[in-house]
Design a protein around this ligand. Structure first.
Ligand SMILES: Cc1cc2nc3c(=O)[nH]c(=O)nc-3n(C[C@H](O)[C@H](O)[C@H](O)COP(=O)(O)OP(=O)(O)OC[C@H]3O[C@@H](n4cnc5c(N)ncnc54)[C@H](O)[C@@H]3O)c2cc1C
Length: 248
C-alpha cells in the first residue's frame, strides 16, 4: 500500500520535561486529517538536505495526542544529530514535514504479568503503554535515565513497580537493564515483555529472554531505537542485517 504523503506541521511550543527531555508540541494544518488514537505510534520527521539529496528521516514517538496537537519528547544527547539539534532550536511557528504515523507497537495485554524496559528514547512509548494497562495489571517497568533529574512521574497501575536506573555513561557491551531484570523475581504465569533501547543493549536483552527465560514471540517485543556511534541511517542498516542474520 502506498504511504500517505508527509504532513506539514508547525511548532506550537517547546518545554523541557526534564533536563534531557525536551517536549515539542506540533500542530497546524497537518492535524486536520491526522488519524485519532495514535499515542505511542511513531512518526518520521523529515530534515531537508542540500541539493537533490533525499531528506534525512528521524523516528520519534507520539507521547500525547489531542484534537489539534501532538507532543513529541526528544532526548537531548551529546552527539548532535539533525533531530535533537532541531528540537533544541525549535521556535513557535517553525515548520517541519512529518511522515506517518506508523503502526503502534503496544505490549500484548493478554498476560498474567508485565515487564517493560528501556532507556530514555523508549520512555515516551513505555509511558503510553503503562497508561493503557488495566488498573489490575502487575509487574515491573525498568527505566534508565542519564541523570537523577530526568526521573519523571509516570501514571501506572499500582501493581506495576517502577525501577529507575541512573546511568550517565552506559558502559559498552553491558546492559544495566539486563542486570537489573535478572535480579527481579520471575512470577509464575504468562509474562508479556516490551523492551526498546540502544542496539547492543537490545541484543543483550534478546539473548537474555531467549536463553534464560522462555517467552514466546507473541508475548515479546524487543527493539532497538538507536545505535551508539552511528546515525539513524546507519542504525537502520544494522537493524536490517541483524534481522537477516536472525532469520537464517
Ligand atoms: C520506533 C522508534 C521510536 C523512537 N522514539 C523516540 C522518542 O520518542 N524520543 C527520542 O528521543 N528518541 C526516539 N527514538 C530514537 C531516535 O530516533 C534516535 O535517537 C535518533 O538517532 C535521534 O536522531 P538525531 O538526529 O538526534 O541523531 P542521529 O543523527 O541519528 O545520530 C547522531 C549521533 O547521536 C547518537 N545518538 C542518537 N540518539 C542518541 C541517544 N538517545 N543518546 C545518545 N546518543 C544518541 C548516535 O549514536 C550518533 O552518534 C525512536 C526510535 C525508534 C526506532
Amino acid at each position: 500500500m502506498a504511504r500517505p504523503p508527509a504532513r506539514l506541521m508547525e511548532v506550537i511550543r517547546s518545554d523541557y520535561v526534564t533536563p534531557h527531555m525536551l517536549r515539542i508540541t506540533l500542530g497546524g494544518t497537518g492535524m486536520n486529517d491526522f488519524p485519532p488514537d495514535q499515542e505511542s505510534a511513531y512518526v518520521k520527521l523529515l530534515f531537508r538536505q542540500g541539493g537533490d539529496a533525499r531528506p534525512l528521516m528521524r523516528t520519534y514517538t507520539i507521547r500525547h495526542q489531542r484534537a489539534d496537537e501532538i507532543d513529541i519528547d526528544f532526548v537531548i544527547h551529546d552527539h548532535a544529530g539533525p533531530a535533537s539539534s532541531w528540537a533544541q532550536g525549535a521556535q513557535p511557528g517553525d515548520r517541519i514535514m512529518v511522515g506517518g504515523p506508523g503502526a503502534r507497537k503496544l505490549i500484548n495485554p493478554e498476560a498474567d504479568w508485565f515487564l517493560l524496559a528501556g532507556d530514555m528514547t523508549a520512555l515516551p512509548a513505555i509511558s503510553v503503554n503503562l497508561e493503557m494497562l488495566p488498573e489490575s495489571a502487575r509487574g515491573h517497568a525498568v527505566l534508565t535515565v542519564v541523570d537523577e533529574a530526568d526521573i519523571q512521574p509516570l501514571k501506572h497501575p499500582a501493581g506495576v513497580e517502577i525501577h529507575w536506573i541512573v546511568e550517565p555513561q552506559p558502559a559498552e557491551g553491558e546492559s544495566s537493564i539486563r542486570a537489573h531484570i535478572s535480579g527481579l523475581p520471575w512470577p509464575d504465569g504468562q509474562p508479556s515483555i516490551w523492551c526498546a533501547s540502544e542496539f547492543q543493549e537490545m541484543q543483550l536483552l534478546r539473548q537474555y529472554f531467549r536463553e534464560e527465560r522462555t517467552v514466546s514471540n507473541r508475548h515479546r517485543y524487543i527493539s532497538s531505537y538507536w545505535k551508539r556511534g552511528v546515525s539513524e541511517d546507519q542504525h537502520k542498516q544494522a537493524k536490517r542485517q541483524d534481522a537477516e542474520r536472525e532469520s537464517d
